[in-house]
Design a protein around this ligand. Structure first.
Ligand code: GTP
Ligand code: MG
Length: 440
């Protein structure tokens, strides 16, 4: 995808077409300023950097298309570190297409998804975790997710990973020195020190890796499924948790046939909430049976399953294949008697939000601005480096020679380097930047 890593000039709309009064078009590359002067010939020839100018924009035939603002950001003080021009034009899609067409007619090519950010990464202005955070900033569904993205964008995770990689590199170079050592005694002292440092490093890598269980839920959201017998009040509670009337509620058992999914925000945590068809064994209704089958599948994929039992009924059965540690039992219809929540009065809803959040985020008191691992890619690389370091530790503790131990330490350095992009492959970059939207 990013085969041409050349210095050609690229352009794209950076905002969403038709969704705003203003559309921002970004041009990056050595030709960007000369293209601006073709588009806006009335601008002074020498434009100061980082200053906004009001101007009109012309197509190649000299016809005035639009008027708006233009700003030049000269290298290296720009997003990509190249010469960048940004145009603020009217945001309609017809207008934007026409201005872009004029830009492309001057030899500029359309930017690929994530290509501006890729250039910022290749120029060393940001590392890979920061590049990934750019996209997270754009897609974050809740403020909690947003805080995490911003922490990562400012280099919170990169700093931690770089420090771990430095520590591993230190051990590696100590081992490399040792390989050439003739003096056996000094070699042994070094080896003992390396073993101790390895043990500390393994703990640190593991501590960071384990924050993924919280971080992934903050970024991607958690799945919470409501199950229970017909008429248990699932759809009513679903609506109460969403704070709006989304699902149909009736006194007729079997009202919900298919499942309903909605994203909600529980104290900053994005939660995909699912209302399901009531579970009853004796039904012969084909639609209801299909719904019940789906409920089982949804429950098996959920992070948390709310099992509802209405006031006065005997405890609802839990399907066999559901693990107990994912279950939170709730007594509904508390306005009629003893219970946890009432969808009618709203009693117990706030404390249910807290209970759901506590169950989903295993580490209590986690601040959303704390450094957490939010991407599976980072988690996998941390785990791989932890494993390599553990191998090295065992080899070192059992007196293996330095040239054996060093191989695993090198692997750990490599894995940590993949996270920040100190080492990267074309494949990896394509995978990461291919998920970006155009214009970022
Ligand atoms: N008093 C009282 N009634 C409730 C409460 N929650 C639900 N109900 C009533 O119970 C009946 C069933 O509610 P639903 O929310 O449709 O139940 P459900 O579990 O989704 O039922 P199915 O979709 O048929 O499986 C309706 O008549 C609701 O008005 C509650 O908290 N208090
Ligand atoms: Mg229902």
């Amino acid at each position: 995808m990013h085969k041409q890593r050349s210095n050609d000039t690229i352009a794209a709309l950076a905002t969403h077409p038709n969704r705003g009064g203003v559309g921002v078009i970004r041009i990056s590359g050595s030709q960007s300023t000369s293209v601006l002067h073709k588009l806006a010939p009335r601008l002074p020839a020498m434009l100061p950097s980082h200053k906004l100018f009001f101007t009109s924009f012309e197509d190649p035939s000299g016809h005035i298309m639009d008027q708006g603002f233009a700003v030049v950001m000269l290298a290296p003080r720009s997003y990509t570190t190249e010469n960048v021009v940004e145009l603020h034009v009217h945001g309609g899609s017809a207008n934007i297409s026409r201005v872009l067409r004029a830009i492309f007619s001057y030899g500029v090519r359309p930017a690929e998804p994530g290509e501006f950010t890729l250039r910022a990464f290749l120029a060393g202005r940001i590392d890979l975790t920061q590049a990934e955070a750019v996209m997270d900033m754009v897609t974050a569904p809740t403020e909690g997710a947003l805080d995490q993205a911003f922490t990562q964008l400012r280099g919170g995770l990169a700093d931690r990973v770089i420090a771990l990689r430095e520590a591993a590199l230190n051990i590696q170079s100590r081992l490399e020195v040792q390989i050439d050592f003739i003096d056996e005694d000094l070699g042994e002292v070094l080896s003992e020190r390396a073993t101790n440092t390895l043990r500390e490093l393994i703990t640190e890598v593991n501590d960071l890796a384990e924050t993924w269980h919280t971080g992934s839920k903050l970024r991607q959201g958690a799945r919470v499924v409501l199950i229970g017998p017909p008429n248990a009040g699932k759809s009513s509670l679903f609506n109460a948790l969403l704070r709006r009337s989304r699902a149909i509620v009736t006194p007729i058992p079997g009202t919900t046939r298919d499942y309903l999914e909605e994203l909600t925000d529980i104290h900053g945590l994005p939660v995909l909430l699912t209302d399901t068809a009531g579970l009853r064994k004796e039904t012969e209704d084909a639609v209801e049976l299909a719904g019940i089958e789906r409920t089982g599948k949804l429950a098996s994929e959920a992070d948390l399953i709310l099992v509802l039992t209405p006031y006065g009924a005997k405890e609802s059965a839990i399907p066999d294949d559901i693990s107990a540690d994912k279950v939170l039992r709730i007594r509904t219809k508390a306005d009629l008697g003893e219970g946890d929540v009432s969808a009618v009065t709203g009693d117990g809803i706030e404390s249910l939000f807290m209970r759901i959040k506590d169950r989903l985020l295993p580490s209590k008191d986690v601040k959303s601005t704390q450094v957490l691992v939010t991407h599976e890619r980072h988690y996998q690389a941390l785990k791989a480096s932890e494993q390599a370091l553990s191998h090295a530790y065992e080899a070192s503790a059992t007196g293996e020679p330095a040239d054996v131990v060093v191989v695993d330490v090198q692997e750990a350095v490599h894995q940590l380097g993949l996270i920040v992009g100190a080492t990267s492959t074309e494949d990896l970059l394509d995978r990461i930047f291919g998920e970006f939207c155009i214009g970022k």
